[in-house]
Design a binder for this molecule. Sequence first.
Ligand SMILES: [Zn+2]
Length: 359
Amino acid sequence: MKQGSSAAVLAVAAFLFAPVLIVMLFLGTGGAKAAASCGVGGTSVAVGNVPAKVGAFSGKQLENAAAIMKAAKDLGLPAAAQILGVQAAIGESTLNVIDYGDAAGPDSRGLFQQRANGAWGSYADRMDPHTSATNFFKALTKVSGWEQLEPSTAIHRVQRNTVEDHYAQFRAPAAEIVKALGGEAGAGIDASGACPSAGGAVVGQLSGKWVHPLPGAAMSSGYGPRPAPPGTVGGVLANFHYGIDFATPGHAGTIVAVTDMKIVKVRNMDGLFGTGVTGQTTDGKLTVGYYHMEAGSVRVKEGDVVAAGTPLGTEGATGNVTGRHLHMEFFPGALPNPMVPINQTTDPAPILKAQGVNF
Ligand SMILES: [Zn+2]
């Protein structure tokens, strides 16, 4: 049975996880590449060494994309920022350094169509790919929670386009370019525009008691790329399943805490997630989201500290689903409310199995 990836669509998290990761093990030969996510440092190719063509883009456009990526990298920003920069510039200039504006901004210039209002430097600055990109990224990093925002919204807060989702259509080509130009790190980027994290990674040195999140249920869908299930809301992130699904055949099972955790978020009929609970393991190493519970079934409240096996709610079909199941996501680190498009989930299956949970 196909289960709603739903949460997958919004599902997502902060990239600031490195400090709390004790051990990351990369599985399989593709591991090193899988480790390279939007959450890690961006890489870039030399401007003079770009591929001839990526999708509909070529030549000078790709050199400009390389300059944008380099500007992000020079500021120490991750691949997630690089994609946003390229996405913004496609939306503003189709990656061309244009020496004219438009009706809304006749004085707009360059890759990012930056205005002559002093905020974006001199004319020469606005026409220079690296400098204009640097100024874009400096403004982006001042946007509160930019990593957690829907990408077009994050860009909009910098660019103030009249249409907030103007940039959404450029997400996939931007990711494709960053992937193509990003070398080793780029290989971990989903060309659909998602920022999958190290899905093959496990978080090591977890301790305490661990139990099956939905006793008696089988895993019905694993973590990783998959088509959006028919009947669910798609979207730019919908072809990657950011968690794992468990379903109990024939009845609504009871969802329990997989280990000792502090409840940090309870959501009730909240968009694509439906009803659910998010908890941080008491050691702060992992944040766990449980979604699509039955409406009104949540038995814990924010701030509760619960032991492994404590009932959290009832398996349901709320939110963006095709049927009743538990969708569970793991995020390295202690996050207050992970549900962002710039995803930093990790595959729960190897973590659960390493803790002796069989399914
Ligand atoms: Zn799911």
